[in-house]
Design a protein around this ligand. Structure first.
Ligand code: ATP
Ligand code: MG
Length: 264
């Protein structure tokens, strides 16, 4: 997410653009006018101190929260008032910082469900649809689900009910659900936090391959080693605005970023 994108002004629109996003929780003005865009086909890291508003920004981008002011464009189209389900159907996927409680679907069923993002009424209110999707899923869908389970190293757990998974396995399940559907933009909120080092190393390879294949990733991460390794660009969120953004090297070497964030 950069502040300006002059080079692409006359070509395809950025995958994601946000303009003037503001969000207040009671007396706490968390976002004070966030404006920027995410470069297509790049990995962009969103960094900032605890409480800076990174998750809030991802929640607004993905439609979980609404902003008080501002506009969100996905592939040049205004999606500001649209639901999270609509954004998912349009190719936006996300994982949550804290894995959510899963239902008693098996791991395989949970990923299969993610193959078909629901209508705006949501999954919960449409159990018949859920059962229909699971029963009628064509062979191709099942193959794709199997691939996602293998990529996320969950294939040995595919028949276990999702509510029996460990914290780390739930995170991997969220990622498998994101991979189950074709995405233009994947937003990851500290996906690697709390995972074992060998799993993180493996996932870094998966992320890099996704980006090589044209997927855009916007990821929140505190581990700067991971940021350095994966990010093409970095956005530094501070005091409710994008304080710095640009190439990974330029932001991480910026003396103000160092004193405001790295120096903590
Ligand atoms: N639903 C909510 N209701 C009230 N306050 C909230 C809510 N969500 C976030 N906040 C507050 O907004 C601020 C930003 O929170 P947010 O979770 O976005 O930060 P963050 O940058 O993701 O932090 P961390 O790195 O710790 O995950 C914090 O002060 C937090 O307490
Ligand atoms: Mg957060």
């Amino acid at each position: 997410m950069r502040e300006v994108d002059i080079s692409r002004a006359s070509s395809a629109p950025p995958v994601l653009e946000v303009r003037g996003l503001r969000k207040r929780f009671k007396g706490n003005q968390v976002l004070r006018g966030v404006t920027g865009c995410v470069t297509r086909g790049a990995a962009t890291a969103l960094i900032g101190s605890n409480g800076a508003g990174k998750s809030t920004l991802l929640n607004i981008i993905s439609g979980l929260l609404s902003s008080d002011e501002g506009t969100i464009l996905l592939n040049g189209r205004d999606i500001t008032g649209r639901s999270g389900f609509s954004r998912a159907r349009d190719g936006m996927g996300r994982t949550f910082q804290h894995p959510r409680a899963f239902t008693s679907l098996t791991v395989r069923e949970a990923v299969l469900m993610a193959r078909t993002p629901p209508g705006d009424e949501g999954i919960g209110s449409n159990l018949a649809r859920a059962l229909g999707v699971l029963r009628k899923a064509p062979e191709l869908d099942r193959q794709r689900v199997q691939e996602c389970l293998e990529i996320c190293r969950l294939d040995h757990l595919s028949d276990v009910t999702a509510d029996r998974l460990s914290y780390g396995e739930r995170k991997l399940l969220m990622f498998a659900q994101v991979l189950a559907f074709d995405r233009d933009l994947i937003c990851l909120d500290e996906l690697c936090a709390g995972l074992e080092a060998n799993v993180v190393e493996y996932l870094m390879g998966v992320f890099s391959e996704l980006v090589r294949n044209g997927t855009t990733i916007l990821f929140v991460e505190h581990n700067l080693e991971l940021v350095r390794e994966l990010a093409d660009e970095i956005v530094f969120l501070h005091e409710g605005t994008i304080y710095r953004s640009g190439s990974a090297g330029s932001v991480l070497e910026d003396s103000e970023v160092i004193s405001l964030y790295l120096g903590e």
